[in-house]
Design a protein around this ligand. Sequence first.
Ligand code: UDX
Length: 413
Amino acid sequence: MGHTVICVDKDESKIRELQASRPTLYEDGLNDLFIKKCHEGKLSFTSCMKEGVSQADVVIIAVGTPSKYQSEAPDLQFLYQAADEIAAYLRDYTVIAIKSTVPVGTGDKIEQRISQIAPQCDFDVVSLPEFLREGFALHDFLHPDRIVVGTESERARNVIRRMYAPLLKETRILEVTRRSSEVIKYAANAFLAVKIHYINEIADFCEKVGAEISEVTMGMGSDPRIGSRFLCPGPGYGGSCFPKDTKALVYMAEKANADMTLVRATIDGNERRSTMVAKKILKEIKDVPRPKIAILGLAFKGGTDDCRESPAIKIVLQLLNEDVIVKVYDPKAMLNARKLLGERVEYAKDAYEAITDADVTAILTDWSEFTNIDWGKAAHLVHRKIVVDCRNIVHIQDIKQKRYKLRRIGGKD
Ligand code: UDX
């Protein structure tokens, strides 16, 4: 968009990687743009806060706000540390935009802290929630459905309007109060989580009554009041946002003495789901002594190497409680998965190696690579032609023609 961006992080090893033009995460298309912008001198990295902050018109805080250990409350220590350090280097009027997902009222607290540390400074604190999906962050950033700006300051709104100017031809800016903006992020994420859990329950119901979930979602999703997106049943939602944000919303509601029963039920149902899916896989091999299970997909969804709160990892851990051999493969997430699964599973270099000698093959992540598996070729490799497709991405006719037993989520098999 033409801006100059300086990224600051405390993790010096990460900064060194980025300074050497090596992105520290995978996303399709990210690498090329990243290298181009580094070479143009528009994008740089430093672990020195002063270097990043002292010349900036806008300082965006995007630190993590994970759940506290054994608690549903979000941990704001990184956010407060960042704000305190930023305060020390503010010079001219600066907009401090909070992109991290934070509880309602955090903007007020940040404003107070900065005012105390740097009473002479001219600044505004704005809530600027992000709605990017991992794996599609570039696309979502450049083509947003909406940009939400939460502030009572007209001066800050003007700065943010200028920052987003190149996107405003096709997108609306929604200008709201800071507190409403903070709620919007949690309300949106929790709604999507509820939607996914709802369709998972409908899928399980379809399975029990002999209906077909893809037909049901087609019928439901055609109603524009419902919409067809986020109606894919699966092994449950995961990732770095939905699990922690739903918990944080319930926590905040409890503190505010407000009901949040629907979100609470969603969290509980989603947590039970990995056990349910593990059982579904094990059912197919209950008579096989020490069966070999092939797992295709470990990331929490396709298009990313992220395994945080991945349903696939949870399911593998459940399977490992039984006397089974598990061989896993993911196109991008092998390194991250190894950190979580260690030597308890075998690792394959591709899908075909993973399914070799398998008694059952389970697809747990929606990578297009798995939609395109040649099941004819695979038939010569597997021990038993049983596939549990937990993402409903396999071509049903194709695999059935090749005489596989196919189990899906919400399908009439
Ligand atoms: C989410 C929000 O979509 C995004 O707006 C917010 O900024 C961050 O959190 P992300 O965590 O990247 O993004 O993943 P998303 O694509 O939303 O998927 C979340 C989880 O739900 C994944 O595990 C995915 O597999 C699952 N999912 C999604 C389903 O099971 N079914 C669906 O129909 C959609």
